[in-house]
Design a binder for this molecule. Structure first.
Ligand code: CA2
Length: 164
């Protein structure tokens, strides 16, 4: 039985200096279609913003975007050993995926959930999230800038990583 999950893998007094940024299905299309809903910024802009915001607090970022649920699950599992927290926009999987929720609870890292659009002002099926009740931070409807807020609020709960 592997008992090295999350912060425990680092032992007392040592903390991971990295955040995992997860963007789910179709978010690779950001900036190419539906600007009225998702704005003009691209996924590259999102990654850049998250990296810069995390860096202010001494964190590096590993970014993953995939249209395949299993790829996202594997990335979340891999975060157990070297990440302090997860910033995630699960895309449409937000509203459907017990599997994604189980991966997040399984690794036990603090989670910040982000949605670019105001999901509560859209179709009824977007109102429920499988992630929100297990997330430490939820940011909805602030556009791409919401990722920066999510990072800051998550880091506020984590504290800065310890220096070398
Ligand atoms: O508002 C958000 O960030 C969402 O997570 C985006 C998802 C949607 O299913 C959620 O309900 C809310 C969709 C991502 C698709 O992104 C696109 C971006 C540009 C063009 C087409 C899709």
């Amino acid at each position: 039985m592997d008992d090295t999950a999350g912060a425990a893998a680092y032992g007392a007094g040592v903390s991971a200096r990295r955040l995992l940024l997860v963007n789910g299905p179709n978010l690779n299309l950001l900036g190419t279609r539906e600007p009225a809903v998702y704005g003009h910024q691209t996924l590259a802009d999102v990654v850049d913003l998250v990296e810069k915001t995390a860096q202010e607090s001494g964190y590096a970022v590993r970014a993953v975007q995939s249209n395949h649920e299993g790829v996202l699950i594997d990335a979340i599992h891999d975060a157990r050993t070297d990440c302090a927290g997860i910033v995630i926009n699960p895309g449409g999987l937000t509203h459907t995926s017990v599997v994604l929720r189980d991966a997040l609870t399984g690794v036990g890292l603090p989670v910040a959930e982000v949605h670019i659009s105001d999901v509560h002002a859209r179709e009824e099926f977007r109102h429920f999230s499988y992630v929100s009740d297990i997330a430490t931070v939820v940011v909805v409807g602030e556009g791409v800038a919401g990722y920066a807020r999510a990072v800051r609020e998550l880091v506020a709960t984590l504290g800065r990583p310890e220096p070398d």
